[in-house]
Each structure stands twice: as C-alpha cells, then as structure tokens.
Design a protein around this ligand. Structure first.
Ligand code: AMP
Length: 217
C-alpha cells in the first residue's frame, strides 16, 4: 500500500478483535474510528429514535435494518478527513455497495480491508469472556487479558459489564449472521484488490504489528 492517509475497513467475525485493534491504531495514529456497534449502543443508551428502533435487533444478534445504518453513516461521512477506520460496517453486500457510492460522491476511497481471521471455537470463547469497563471503555477478556487492579480513568478497579449480545444465547446466532451476510464481503473486496488477511490468533501486539505492516505504517 502506498503512503498517505489510511482508509480502513475492519472485516472479521464478532470477537475477532476488530474493536481492540482499531483502538490501538487510534492510540498511535491520528484517525477517526467509526464503530457502528458503538454508535448504536450509544443510541440505545440515550433512547434516541434510532436506539429504540435498533435495540430488539441488537439483543437478538440480528443486523439492524440497512436504512437505519446508512442514515447514521451518511451523517458521519460528511466530516471524514485524514485517516479513518470503519469497524463493524459494512456488514452485508447492500451496505458495501452503498458505501462505495457514498465514498465516490465524496471523492474518497478505501485503501485496505483488514480481514481478521479467528477459528470459530476461539470466537465463542472470546465473546462470552469479553467484558468492558464502564469508566474507561477498555475491552478485556476474563481469561486472556484480565482487567488491571486500577482503571485508567479512576483510582478504583475497572467496573465491568457484559454486553447483552455477548451472552451465550445470542453469540451463536451472531456468528451465523456473520457467515451468511458479512462473509461474502471478502470476495467483494478481494475483487477490488483491497482484502488483506490478518491472523487474529496471536497476542494482541503481534496482530497489531501485522496490521501496521499491511498498512505500511
Ligand atoms: P458490533 O459491536 O459491531 O458487534 O455490533 C453489535 C450489533 O449492532 C450487531 O450485532 C448488530 O445488531 C448491530 N450492528 C452493528 N453494525 C451494524 C451494521 N453495519 N449493520 C447492521 N447492524 C449492525
């Protein structure tokens, strides 16, 4: 990949480490990180009309309808400049095609699609062991990467919560949805010569190194 701003899409199943890696990139490089999952969770928390309409889809592990997602993304796209990272979007072919058109209108393009690969058993384990700190937003794994005794942003230990859709009942459905709706995007981006496979089954910092190498940064 040539030097210049990076415009990245993270592909990969739920639990593959997309959010963790996107946050690492943002810590090291100035970049806009757009996670449609995070934006939707904020909308649910604030009980905006978007949040109210989305929450049942999310807790079941289904995709939120494209019209809602594309409406939310369009607003954000206007402000994009420099490096940017999309994490959790696009999630199906219709979104990917619509995204291409929107970017074309803005005179922007994707520079790489990072496909973080992880075996299914590990995905299930990672999702069900995942916890997030309410205060600092860091993501932990109870077994692999337990939270520190002191939170980054307060003097007490991290206050952990589990996402509704990380409960075991929703996890296998989310993985099925990924296989049927999102995985076909690999071929779509391979066709555009943008796809880079990243081995997600390595320590976090090694995955991060592979990503930097792929982005030539
Ligand atoms: P994530 O945090 O990316 O795993 O997303 C959590 C949930 O938000 C998903 O299971 C979907 O219900 C919803 N969601 C996030 N991004 C999208 C998207 N691009 N299209 C449809 N639904 C989405």
């Amino acid at each position: 990949m040539s030097q210049g701003p990076f415009h990245v899409i993270f592909l990969g199943a739920p639990g593959a480490g997309k959010g963790t890696q996107a946050k690492l990139l943002v810590e090291h490089y100035q970049a806009t990180h757009l996670s449609t999952g995070d934006l939707l969770r904020e909308a649910v928390k604030a009980q905006t009309p978007l949040g109210i309409e989305s929450q049942a889809f999310m807790s079941r592990g289904d995709l939120v309808p494209d019209r809602l997602i594309l409406g939310m993304i369009k607003d954000k796209l206007q402000t994009l400049s420099g490096n940017w990272i999309f994490d959790g979007f696009p999630r199906n072919l219709h979104q990917a095609k619509a995204f291409d058109e929107l970017l074309q209108e803005l005179g922007q393009s994707v520079t790489a699609v990072l496909n973080v690969e992880l075996p299914l058993e590990l995905l299930v384990e990672r999702l069900t062991q995942r916890r997030t700190c309410k205060t600092c937003g860091q993501i932990f794994n109870l077994k692999l990467n337990p939270p520190p005794l002191q939170c980054r942003e307060s003097s007490s230990p991290c206050e952990l919560y589990q996402r509704d859709d990380d409960r075991v009942e929703a996890v296998s459905h989310r993985l099925d949805v990924y296989t049927s709706q999102t995985e076909p995007l690999k071929a779509f981006y391979q066709h555009q010569n943008l796809l880079v496979d990243i081995q997600g089954d390595q320590p976090t910092d090694e995955v991060y190194q592979s990503i930097c190498k792929a982005l030539n940064i």
